[in-house]
Design a protein around this ligand. Structure first.
Ligand SMILES: NC(=O)C1=CN([C@@H]2O[C@H](COP(=O)(O)OP(=O)(O)OC[C@H]3O[C@@H](n4cnc5c(N)ncnc54)[C@H](OP(=O)(O)O)[C@@H]3O)[C@@H](O)[C@H]2O)C=CC1
Ligand SMILES: Cc1cn([C@H]2C[C@H](O)[C@@H](COP(=O)(O)OP(=O)(O)O[C@H]3O[C@@H](C)C(=O)[C@@H](O)[C@H]3O)O2)c(=O)[nH]c1=O
Length: 281
């Protein structure tokens, strides 16, 4: 089975490269933004003409939530138009698309975890651009998986876990917001789940939610990161951390559908965080 991975130099892309090593029967083609720029319809069409992919995993995205507020065109160029180009190429070449989306498509007003059927209503530019990408896929394709995830962290790339670990290592005291809750998710777990979807060979296409189990505020998450590394840094709860972009107050995701459909076992976020730290040290 031949699988294209876009955005392969990013955080999830690198976790997919690690996870892929376990599956020698799968033939991966990992591409970074230089090899395959998803914002270029021509580049995508000519790449798909040269290969015959069974699946495309789209891990390419514009992910800077703060910068997206002023860099609106670029966020939409990559997260919406880029995804449209990929969907069109997948449609033309009978390639199944696995696209990664976000909890930030929701407004956060719901009191409990969001299911796949819940109303979307993004409250920042990044979320709006990702939603537009989802909508293009639904218009163009029948054979797709949109996997919404949240609060990704790992040993790779830029993420909250690495920011907090670096600040703690330099002895900087931390003020962390208690104003949003969600599901911290180890990107290595997401990568494994995506490959399990492919290996299942099921045809239950549609939208799915995947994140680690258990909820936390960013403050809870930061405290857990610092405590597990035995750092003496003070982690202070804050209810006034200033940002340009609004973020959903609650973006917890209900995982019932993906667990049942693909028979997945999803780790608790605390256990997965411990695991990552133990593997890194
Ligand atoms: N990070 C998170 O907390 C969350 C992420 N997600 C989603 O998960 C997916 C993976 O995110 P993550 O790995 O963390 O993100 P990263 O920002 O780490 O990686 C994204 C990758 O996409 C590449 N990219 C950007 N523009 C293009 C382009 N035009 N063509 C090809 N590649 C491009 C980037 O390359 P370059 O650096 O060269 O531009 C980068 O390597 C994304 O869809 C994201 O929206 C969902 C929820 C949470
Ligand atoms: C660094 C820092 C952040 N914060 C706050 C700001 C914000 O409300 C929250 C999270 O900060 P970040 O900017 O790291 O996270 P953010 O960029 O909002 O993370 C999001 O990224 C995109 C790509 C997604 O799809 C989402 O699921 C989510 O993971 O923590 C503090 O309170 N103190 C701090 O020292």
């Amino acid at each position: 089975m031949k699988i294209l991975v876009t955005g392969a130099a990013g955080q999830l892309g690198q976790c997919l490269q690690v996870a892929a090593k376990k599956y020698t029967t799968l033939n991966f083609c990992f591409t970074d933004s230089k090899e395959l720029n998803i914002a270029s319809a021509e580049a995508i069409q000519s790449y798909f003409e040269k290969h015959n992919f069974h699946y495309c995993i789209n891990a390419a995205a514009y992910t800077n939530v703060e910068q997206a507020e002023t860099d609106i065109n670029k966020a939409f160029l990559i997260n919406a138009e880029g995804v449209k180009h990929l969907a069109e190429a997948c449609q033309k070449h009978q390639t199944k698309l696995i696209h990664i989306s976000t909890d930030y498509v929701f407004d956060g007003e719901k009191k409990s975890a969001y299911t796949e059927e819940d109303q979307v209503n993004p409250i920042n530019v990044y979320g709006a651009s990702k939603l537009k990408g989802e909508q293009y896929i639904q218009e163009i394709l029948k054979e797709y998986y949109i996997v919404r995830t949240s609060w990704l962290y790992s040993q790779f790339g830029h993420n909250f876990f690495k920011t907090i670990s670096q600040k703690a290592a330099s002895g900087e005291s931390l003020k962390i917001t208690t104003q949003q809750k969600g599901n911290p998710t180890n990107a290595n777990d997401l990568a494994a789940a995506v490959l399990q979807i492919i290996l299942s060979q099921k045809k239950n296409y549609g939208i799915y939610h995947y994140s680690n189990l258990g909820e936390a505020t960013w403050y809870d998450f930061a405290k857990a990161i610092v405590e597990r590394q035995d750092k003496k840094t003070m982690v202070q709860a804050s209810n006034a951390y200033k940002t340009k972009a609004k973020r959903p107050v609650n973006s917890c995701l209900d995982k019932g559908k993906i667990i049942e459909t693909f028979d997945l076992t999803i780790p608790q976020w605390e256990a997965s965080l411990t695991n990552l730290i133990n593997n890194e040290s």
